[in-house]
Design a protein around this ligand. Structure first.
Ligand code: PLP
Length: 377
């Protein structure tokens, strides 16, 4: 099997699982308990927090453990918007993940925020002039993702955060797909909030982190015992926090990983464009995630190609895992200006840090055969 659906989820790194095991078994204490068993759990939790903070280059007190990317996006966006009454205007983009789109939609419907949804060009990029036009005196929050999960386009987050700060708006970025591939250090990005999901980087599903800048007030989503300094009540999942810190530390250094994998991706892309009639690459040609290559296949059903690829041992998806199985065209491709028919032909290949040249050659050959099989029906 060639697994090229790592943007949907990754296998759990055995090292992370081994690190988590004691905290699921003999070290089962509640980190809020004052006895020694509880205190050991609390120490493990704080150690995991400090290790993740080192990796993100932020303070440990700014790391909040959550159940994953969706919760981190919800907490950052809703929490910042409701706690900072300076204005009721939010800016985001049409190509964001549903975790961001639906959260902002909720704030618009229920809390009467006004939202500007930035358009993107054919490559998924946002024009700086559109961003500047959208920024207002009463803009309270901007939420823009670092790397798009379907087409891989990378936004210039550090620049957009700097512009947002000039009007006093807080800036959140969904870095769920970027982590481990791009520079996600807070010191580089300059953002006020950032979302990570464990299962995209070798930790278990249901683990995640929200980075929330210390000086900003955040209205919690979950109310209760006041864990996570009151920002996320509920007994912490110590084992998953330890697994997440361990998985994160096992990630390769992005500065070396980015050019190495980008080269593999570009060779694979060239092979697909050469051998598959009607194939075109989606997303930005240069500012893109090194491990995501997504194509439209003119006149061919993406879903039918997925099945043919699976018969040949290659696992991929049509776009986001959420859209898989539905007949809805991708909202990302529609925002890029693709017509519905072309948007339904999308096939996304997403790599792991272990993906090899040979596997990609196998996948390109399988795609060519799969398209031929579907065309002949
Ligand atoms: N944001 C992006 C960009 C994603 O790709 C995903 C998952 O596909 C999420 C958020 C949601 O993360 P989780 O599955 O951990 O809730």
């Amino acid at each position: 099997m060639v697994y090229l659906d790592n943007a949907a989820t990754t296998p759990v790194n055995p090292v992370a699982l081994r690190a988590a095991w004691p905290w699921l078994t003999e070290e089962f204490g509640n980190p809020s308990s004052t006895h020694e068993l509880g205190q050991r759990a609390s120490d493990a939790l704080e150690d995991a927090r400090a290790r993740i903070a080192t990796w993100l280059d932020c303070r440990a007190s700014e790391v909040v453990f959550t159940s994953g990317g969706t919760e981190s996006d919800n907490l950052a966006i809703t929490g910042l918007a409701l706690a900072n009454p300076r204005g009721r205007h939010i800016i985001s983009a049409q190509t964001e993940h549903e975790a961001v789109l639906e959260t902002i939609d909720y704030l618009e419907r229920i809390h009467e925020f006004e939202v500007t949804w930035l358009p993107v060009d054919r490559t998924g990029a946002i024009a700086e002039s559109d961003f500047l036009t959208a920024l207002r005196e009463d803009t309270t929050l901007v939420s823009l993702m670092l790397a798009n999960n379907e087409i891989g386009t990378v936004h210039p987050i550090a620049r957009f955060a700097e512009l947002a700060h000039q009007v006093g708006a807080a800036f959140h970025t969904d870095a769920v797909q970027a982590a481990g591939w791009l520079d996600t250090r807070i010191s580089t990005l300059g953002v006020d909030a950032l979302a990570l999901s464990g299962h995209k980087l070798g930790a278990p599903k249901g683990s995640g982190v929200a980075y929330l800048r210390g000086r900003l007030a955040v209205e919690p989503l979950l109310h209760g015992g006041g864990q996570e300094s009151g920002r996320r009540s509920g007994t912490e999942n110590v084992a998953w926090a330890v697994a997440l810190a361990t998985a994160i530390e096992a990630l390769p250094n992005f500065a070396e990983e980015q050019p190495r994998v980008a080269e593999l991706r570009d060779e694979f892309t060239a092979e697909v464009l050469k051998s598959v009639p009607g194939a075109s690459l989606t997303g930005h040609p240069i500012e893109r995630h090194p491990g995501i290559a997504s194509f439209c296949l003119e006149g061919i059903s993406g879903e039918a190609v997925l099945l043919e690829l699976e018969r040949r041992g290659v696992l991929v998806s049509s776009g986001s895992a959420c859209a898989a199985g539905s007949n809805e065209p991708s909202h990302v491709l529609m925002a890029c200006g693709f017509d519905e028919e072309l948007a339904q032909t999308a096939v996304r290949f997403s790599f792991s840090h272990q993906t090899s040249h040979e596997e990609l050659q196998q996948a390109a050959a399988a795609l060519s055969q799969a398209v031929a099989a579907v065309s002949s029906i």
